[in-house]
Design a protein around this ligand. Structure first.
Ligand code: TMP
Ligand code: ASP
Length: 234
């Protein structure tokens, strides 16, 4: 598939057109940012690892009946995906307290939650991606009632599937962020699923194998991502 014009560049990925108007190439960079790009850096070969990890997870979710934008991996850093219009929401699920949940609600990291928490954040870097609820989503015309129902249904199902998937690899899925897009009138899963967008702790040791190593300068970032890749592709 020929790489065409650059359509969009984000913090971790670039999108390129292809000869097919329904398909684009998602190119994974090594750039890493945290806290809305207040912290910047690069992680050696992160793009390669995230492309491979994401591809494997999208394949798994497709097989389990979740509609996704994934078509195939084209090269180490390139994934062929359906061209969607992104719904401007970050859909987050939390199984254990970490990150902003601890900051916002005064919880200790690792606290078990009585049920999974689903959150919507408005994808607006200029506003720091604020937490919003269903009423905001409807009032701001970010998604319809039917789309909100689909987003929740898919996200909770994906949480069940991924929790089991990672448990089999001796990893606990603490929380994660999803993005969805509109494609031919339907909502499908888009973006990426990787240690950039999930918190993954090793079962038993509690070792963090995700972007928190970058966010909080814990060291051995490449090794952590490599370890997730090794387990996911075993
Ligand atoms: P948070 O605790 O910082 O709100 O993050 C929750 C989850 O969402 C965590 O797995 C990291 C992921 N995430 C992203 O993928 N992108 C983001 O911009 C943010 C803030 C979080
Ligand atoms: N991805 C976000 C940023 O660009 C934040 C994060 O993942 O912590 O800064």
């Amino acid at each position: 598939m020929e790489k065409g014009a650059r359509l969009y560049e984000g913090k971790a990925k670039i999108l390129y057109a292809t000869s097919d108007p329904d398909l684009v190439i998602q190119y994974f960079k090594d750039d890493a940012t945290a806290f809305n790009a207040a912290k910047k850096g690069t992680v050696q070969e992160k793009g390669i690892m995230n492309n491979k990890i994401s591809s494997r997870i999208f394949e798994f979710l497709e097989k389990e009946g979740i509609p996704t934008h994934f078509e195939k991996m084209l090269s180490d850093r390139e994934m062929l995906v359906k061209k969607v219009v992104i719904v401007p929401l970050e859909v987050i699920v939390r199984n254990r307290a970490a990150g902003s949940l601890c900051r916002n609600y005064g919880l200790q990291e690792g606290t078990t939650l009585s049920c999974p928490v689903l959150e919507f954040c408005y994808k607006r870097d200029d506003l720091n991606d604020p937490l919003i609820n269903d009423y905001h989503v409807l009032a701001l015309n970010l998604a319809t009632e039917q789309e909100i129902a689909d987003l929740k249904k898919y996200t909770l199902k994906i949480n069940e599937l991924m929790t089991k998937f990672f448990k089999n690899l001796n990893l606990e899925l603490i929380d994660f962020k999803l993005e969805f897009g509109r494609y031919k009138g339907k909502i499908i899963l888009a973006d990426e699923i990787s240690p950039d967008t999930c918190r993954l702790w090793e079962v038993g040791t509690g070792k963090k194998l995700d972007k928190d190593r970058f966010r909080h300068d814990l060291g051995n970032i490449e090794e952590a991502y490599q370890e997730v890749l090794r387990r996911v592709t075993k």
